[in-house]
Design a protein around this ligand. Structure first.
Ligand SMILES: Nc1nc2c(ncn2[C@@H]2O[C@H](COP(=O)(O)OP(=O)(O)OP(=O)(O)O)[C@@H](O)[C@H]2O)c(=O)[nH]1
Ligand SMILES: [Mg+2]
Length: 253
């Protein structure tokens, strides 16, 4: 069995409630339908938490709930801006009070770097779980106390075993820039997804005819990322753009 299902199965088995943490900028991409179906089959309570909501507009979030029935019961959260925390806490208490157990364990699952540890800290009101911009930071299961009868499982981020999509994993910040085989492909996709926001963030304007290399060349020149002989260093520039996206400096607002 893959490591993915070993971790997930243990958390699924031991938890009464499952929180699935998604990234507001790429909600569909950070969902794991197989996992959601497995939780439903086990008849465990689950809640989708759309974190990093500070990186998208309110208008976009409203549209998400209207257009996707499956997300109608989800909770929008921003751990960074402390938005939605009271609503999520209330939902947790509401579900917990109907459970037959005195001690409630909540498993927090999701792709690496979606903010699982941050969600636990937001719920507990203290820095109980360790957080980092580097993906893969939480390395083992940890049980963290919220109240005398509610505990969280902080879990390492899990990528489905057979999923080998480097571009997707970079965009959802589950793969660190330094580990990427083809950062230019990632930036190319990022331009497709968020070109106007990239232009806004770097205060630059690209031409319609510019391909990814031309855009990165313009950025490298603007920010002085040059190799010997003054050649624009588009590799280094591509990693900077990916990092700025992953850390939320480039938002969709
Ligand atoms: N903009 C923004 N960033 C956030 C938010 N929540 C968490 N982050 C950032 O996302 C990064 C990852 O957060 P973690 O809580 O460590 O994420 P994780 O899912 O536990 O990551 P792994 O343990 O590596 O799987 C950190 O740099 C956080 O500061 C949020 O609501 N908004
Ligand atoms: Mg973590």
């Amino acid at each position: 069995m893959s490591n993915f299902w070993r971790i997930v199965n243990r958390v699924l088995y031991e938890s009464d409630i499952l929180l699935i943490v998604l990234d507001a900028r790429l909600i569909d991409e950070t969902r794991n339908v197989e996992l959601e179906q497995k939780i439903s089959k086990l008849k465990k309570k689950q809640l989708l938490v759309i974190n990093k909501s500070d990186l998208v507009s309110i208008h976009y979030l409203r549209g998400v709930k209207r257009s996707n029935f499956e997300l109608s019961n989800s909770v929008f959260l921003s751990c960074r801006k402390h938005m939605g925390t009271a609503i999520l806490r209330e939902k947790i208490f509401e579900i917990a009070k109907d459970l037959p157990t005195a001690l409630v364990k909540i498993g927090v699952l999701g792709y690496p770097n979606t903010g699982k540890s941050s969600v636990i800290n937001a719920m507990c009101g203290r820095k109980a779980a360790s957080v980092s911009p580097e993906s893969g930071h939480t390395r083992s299961l940890k049980l963290i106390k919220m109240t005398s009868h509610i505990y969280f499982f902080d879990t390492p981020g899990v990528i489905p075993f057979l999923e080998k999509d480097e571009v997707k994993h970079a965009l959802i910040a589950s793969k660190n820039p330094a580990e990427l085989k083809n950062p230019l492909m990632v930036v190319d996709e990022l331009f497709r997804l968020a070109e106007v926001y990239i232009e806004k963030f770097y205060k630059i304007k690209f031409d319609k005819k510019d391909d990814v290399e031309a855009k990165l060349t313009k950025l490298a020149v603007k920010f002085g990322k040059l190799k010997k002989g003054g050649i624009p260093d588009i590799e280094t520039m591509s990693l900077i753009v990916i990092r700025d996206w992953q850390t939320g400096k480039i938002s969709l607002i």
